[in-house]
Ligand binder design. Structure first.
Ligand SMILES: [Zn+2]
Length: 241
């Protein structure tokens, strides 16, 4: 697929702190793509992304990759805090959970896959560093959400994926505590989430389990870590290295 871009410069950027090593995918969460594009270019809004991908597959280029776009806000992944400075942000048009969340059309996902390949041809971005906004800000964000086809992306070489193994074990849930919770939190931290282990399944733990499920366990987004969810987490760590 040959990539073509529509230039739509945004004034909302500044200097990077380091070269990009994380790719953050978002949904726009607004009624239309043109509404989202206006906002991402509005100096008052103070938000932006490097790219926006429309439902028909058109790719808008808003901020040069060498500059810092303002897409992730307060965020964390694998030891990096406030990751705008070290990431590339891609907004994917979808009304989102607030305005009528719907499947991402094929043409749009094909464009996202081609854009991932294009971006990664210029920068060193590991598969374990391709994440959703909800992964880097699980207390605040739901995007790109449980309809985003992460598995299909991974089949094209972008991002980590394993299917949930059938695994026995009591579900861990809000209010539980102990070494099982501690081990799970340590595994989430190792994968990249901001969840210092303390052995208590609290609200922050539930938010991370939910974010993990939106990305890797899309058939079960309930914040309850059953045996299969925990086994899948461990299996992903083996891939992440
Ligand atoms: Zn977002």
């Amino acid at each position: 697929m040959t990539l073509s871009f529509v230039d739509a410069p945004s004034p909302n950027f500044d200097a990077r702190t380091a070269p990009p090593e994380i790719l953050v995918l978002h949904y726009t969460g607004m009624r239309t793509g043109s509404e989202a594009l206006d906002r991402l270019r509005d100096p008052q809004a103070k938000v932006s992304s490097h790219y926006m991908v429309e439902e028909d597959g058109r790719i808008f280029r808003l901020v040069p990759e060498e500059r810092r776009a303002w897409h992730a806000g307060v965020s964390y992944w694998k030891g990096q805090r406030n990751i705008n400075g070290v990431s590339i942000g891609v907004e994917i048009v979808n009304p989102g959970h607030e305005f009528g969340y719907r499947p991402f059309p094929d043409a749009q996902i094909e464009a996202v896959i081609a854009l991932c390949a294009d971006i990664r041809s210029r920068w060193t971005i590991d598969d374990g560093h391709i994440v959703g906004h909800s992964d880097v800000a699980p207390a605040r964000k739901d995007d790109p959400g449980e309809l985003f086809p992460w598995k299909r992306l991974a089949e094209h070489g972008h991002g980590l994926w394993v299917d949930a193994p059938a695994a026995p074990g009591e579900p861990l849930k809000r209010g539980d505590d102990g070494v099982g919770v501690f081990a799970m939190q340590a595994a989430f931290t190792r994968l990249g989430y901001d969840l210092p282990p303390d052995g208590k399944f609290d609200e922050a733990t539930e938010q991370v389990v939910t974010a993990f499920q939106r990305h890797w366990r899309q058939g079960r987004v309930d914040g309850i870590a059953d045996g299969a969810t925990r086994a899948q987490l461990i299996a992903l760590l083996r891939l992440a290295g």
